[in-house]
Design a binder for this molecule. Structure first.
Ligand code: NAD
Length: 290
């Protein structure tokens, strides 16, 4: 029976570290500030943005929530980013993904001042991650996954790690972090074109599932004793649930529980870590920018 890795508890530890660092910054006359830009009305994005703003308030981080209409133009979003780039009270800027279709997301990300890019999506920060230059910002979700592995005492050095998914937000940076010096895993990145994915995953000591398909990774993908980090957040219709849906991961949790050594739950696994690492990145930005 697998150990359940408690993401909420590890996130609380990270947030406790953040509280100490914020107190020190405030003593030095600096209040960290985070701006969260939401374009449109995507319901999941609204939930994410609100929980980020709420976490800032709990910690005493100054936050600004900017909501632009779903008809907002590229110029409006760019002007907002430029205003925030120039605002000394704001140390971190993020534009919640995905924006509406008329918005060219890549151009928006490139407009964010790299020193304020707390999501770690700007090409300068992507390059710094690849170069193992610790002055950059690491994307929050994979950074949170690494912290979970550490907290669970999982040995990454020499381990076979399979990352399922190759997105710029999760899969790719996750693979870079696992293979970096100090982590030293042997990394395979699987994706939608991978042949015999179950066999590839069965080689893994560590599986990171970032596919976006509910309960996709079943027990037949799992080697006895493997550690499974489930990044997926999927809404599945459920008439018995209050909201009419329930959240589930990319991993068939109940099924893999019998076989895995350790597994993260959804909710309560990677999700809380993502927000905690965002707070960490905001503090890092505030320390560097002053
Ligand atoms: P994405 O859609 O950008 O990428 C999905 C990846 O899965 C792609 O690289 C694709 O090649 C791969 N894939 C798709 N079908 C596949 C298949 N049949 N076999 C193998 N690989 C397949 O998604 P993303 O942004 O990387 O997010 C992945 C999941 O993680 C989503 O459920 C998302 O909601 C969730 N997510 C969670 C957090 C968090 O904080 N917990 C943060 C970001 C994303």
């Amino acid at each position: 029976m697998a150990t359940i890795i408690d993401g909420k508890k590890v996130a609380e530890e990270v947030l406790a570290e953040c509280a100490g660092e914020i107190a020190e910054l405030k003593e030095a006359g600096i209040t960290p500030g985070l701006a969260v830009v939401l374009v449109g009305e995507d319901p999941a994005s609204q939930v994410y943005v609100n929980s980020k703003v709420r976490k800032c308030a709990e910690l005493g981080i100054h936050s600004e929530k900017i909501v632009l209409s779903k008809e907002a133009t590229q110029e409006e979003v760019l002007e907002t980013v430029q205003r925030l780039n120039a605002d000394p009270a704001i140390h971190g800027i993020l534009v919640q993904s995905p924006p509406p279709p008329q918005i060219h997301e890549e151009e928006i990300v490139r407009a964010i001042e790299p020193a304020k890019d707390v999501d770690g999506f700007h090409p300068e920060n992507v390059a710094k991650l690849a170069l193992e230059d610790s002055t950059g910002f690491v994307p929050c979700t994979p950074a949170g996954c690494m912290r979970l592995l550490k907290a669970a005492g999982v040995e990454t050095s020499g381990a076979e790690a399979v990352v399922v998914g190759r997105s710029m937000i999760v899969g790719k940076p996750m693979a870079l972090l696992l293979m970096a010096r100090g982590s030293d895993a042997t990394v395979t990145v699987a994706h939608s074109r991978t042949k015999d994915l179950a066999a590839v995953c069965r080689r893994a000591d560590i599986i990171v599932a970032a596919v976006g398909i509910a309960e996709f990774i079943g027990a037949d993908f799992v080697k006895e004793g493997a550690t499974i980090i489930d990044v997926g957040i999927n809404r599945v219709e459920d008439a018995s649930a209050k909201r009419g849906y329930r959240l589930c991961g990319d991993v068939a949790f109940d099924e893999v529980l019998e076989k895995a050594g350790a597994v993260t739950p959804v909710p309560g696994g990677v999700g809380p870590m993502t927000i905690a690492m965002l707070m960490k990145n905001t503090i890092k930005a505030a320390k560097a920018l002053g």
